[in-house]
Design a binder for this molecule. Structure first.
Ligand code: COA
Length: 491
């Protein structure tokens, strides 16, 4: 794991620093370098089969009070915009020390995009960069390159989502990185994997289109549609985070790093897996759960857009609720799950459908889905979406109210679980964000505000890299950490 700050020698971590690196660091800093060993590694525990495990004995501390899942992991975060920052934010929430490298004077471009409070970092930036530290380095400046090399030696993972070839153009090739630090994991988001499009720059909606999502989203008679969920950017960031954690786990056995690639096209396609399933099912005949089947509209040779049809075997549709004429979100998703068909018939006032052979079985209902949903809708329109939800939940009918972002922002249960969090920021004041959606019972995430541009530059140079005050001043004087004519927001 990463070399720890020399000011905190008491913290435990795996031994990693090479003698030469330690000697150099000791020269720079008067603080004694302590060789650290994993608490339980030497002890081991016997297993029934006689094999020895390197796991320490189970902690006796209360759950949530024994550090974080990724404590000791240090990330060199070279990400920008959304996909990469999503990944490193998750790792930071799990306890990794994430050092975000930003271009002097400018920073991550999203700091200044979609600005709502003049002079403050945008919500776009703040909501994707919590719990990180920021250092500004001109990666093309010779002195900047020297600092970056030191960071490579001090970190476990480098994460980047530059355009194809940009990292190489900075001189940070895999060979260079691997030579400096054979344990380093180099994780990248790219638009496409190897192939005809590998050199393309890619943003969210490009990935949604190239990954199969857009062709299968929307209504059959309308154009392809992109979804508001950022499955290309945030979805790929999630994929990358899993790849990194898996590579860290493997490194525990092999001792060496590896490259991790999450291509946005691949990530989107992975999320559209059920549609590739349907593509192959077409050979066996029409897709009977698609409502176009019941409407006698023939299928072509590719998966059609399915409107609000459910992607699984349980038919569903979005239905109007009371107030739909004025409220664009007065709707509910209603699933006619087979085991609760009887309950549905009772609720909507069609008890005879329970035994009528025209309606009693899922197979009999498939050709009549539109008519059935029209009938259910005539009932849902008499109730608010929350009334429908309450009535249906009582009898186990799966339904989902269409929640607006306003309703989500105000939902108390999401605040209680830490999924929606209010954060204070020194420049913009209080704002809402989405906290860690993945809850670990022994690694509790606290959401800390995003860093100002270059806020931790001095701290990282001194405490992580062990540069002396004089060396820090020299590096700063070289211009490698600042942009001529541009002021960093943070002192
Ligand atoms: N110091 C000096 N230069 C820096 C720097 C730093 N700290 N950080 C970045 N740069 C430079 C890069 O080296 C690059 O220079 P080069 O073109 O001379 O090699 C330049 O900034 C621009 O980087 P790039 O990644 O090309 O940004 P872009 O704004 O042109 O493109 C994307 C943005 C998102 C389209 C592109 O990065 C991309 O396709 N990324 C991969 C897919 C992805 O993640 N897309 C989703 C984004 S949410």
């Amino acid at each position: 794991m990463a070399k720890k700050a020399k000011s905190k020698p008491a913290r435990k971590a795996f031994r990693r620093a090479k003698p030469a690196a330690k000697k150099a660091a000791a020269k720079r800093s008067p603080v004694k370098v302590v060789t650290l060993k994993h608490k339980g590694a030497s002890r081991g525990t016997s297993r029934k089969n006689g094999a020895r495990s390197l796991l320490p004995p189970p902690s006796k501390k209360p759950f949530g009070r024994d550090g974080k899942a990724l404590d000791g992991v240090r990330i060199l975060d070279f990400t920008h915009v959304q996909s990469g920052p999503t990944c490193t934010q998750l790792l930071a929430w799990f306890g990794a020390d994430v050092i975000k490298v930003e271009r002097p004077g400018v920073g991550d471009i999203t700091r200044g995009q979609l600005v709502d409070v003049k002079g403050a970092d945008s919500l776009y930036f703040t909501m994707l960069n919590h719990n990180k530290r920021s250092i500004t380095i001109d990666s093309k400046h010779p002195e900047g390159k020297r600092v970056l090399n030191e960071l490579i030696k001090a970190c476990d993972v480098l994460v980047e989502n530059f355009a194809p070839g940009a990292l190489d153009r900075m001189g940070l090739t895999w060979e260079h990185i691997h030579k400096l630090n054979p344990r380093m994991i180099v994780a990248s988001v790219k638009g496409f994997g190897p192939g005809p499009y590998e050199d393309c720059k890619v943003y969210e909606n490009v990935a949604q289109c190239a990954g199969g999502a857009a062709s299968t989203t929307g209504f059959r008679e309308g154009p392809p549609l992109v979804t508001g969920a950022q499955i290309g950017d945030s979805g790929t960031g999630l994929h990358l985070a899993l790849g990194i954690v898996a590579a860290l786990y493997q490194r525990g056995r092999t001792g060496r790093g590896q490259k991790v690639l999450a291509a946005m096209q691949d990530g989107v396609l992975n999320l559209c897996r059920v549609k590739l399933r349907d593509q192959q099912r077409l050979k066996a005949g029409p897709l009977t759960e698609y409502s176009q089947y019941g409407q006698n509209i023939p299928f072509g040779d590719t998966v059609p857009r399915a409107g609000n049809d459910s992607g699984g075997g349980q038919p569903g549709w979005i239905l109007k609720c009371k107030g739909w004429e004025t409220d664009p979100n007065a709707y509910i998703y209603f699933i006619t799950q087979a085991p609760v068909w009887g309950a549905i018939c009772d609720v909507i006032g069609e008890p005879a459908w329970k035994t009528d052979p025209e309606y009693a079985t899922p197979k009999a209902r498939l050709p009549k889905l539109k008519q059935i949903f029209d009938r259910i809708e005539s009932w849902t329109m008499t109730k608010t979406k929350f009334e429908v939800m309450n009535i249906c939940n009582e009898v186990d009918i799966p339904v989902g109210p269409i929640l607006s972002m306003k309703e989500i922002a105000e939902e108390p249960s999401l605040r209680e679980t830490g999924t929606v969090v209010e954060v204070d920021h020194p420049v913009r004041g209080k704002y809402l964000t989405v906290g860690n959606p993945i809850k670990l019972s022994d690694s509790i995430s606290e959401v800390k505000r995003s860093p100002l541009l270059g806020e931790h530059t001095d701290e990282i140079l001194a405490k992580v890299l062990g540069f002396s005050k004089t060396e820090v001043e020299k590096i700063k004087g070289s211009g490698a950490l600042s942009a001529a004519g541009k002021e960093d927001k943070a002192a």
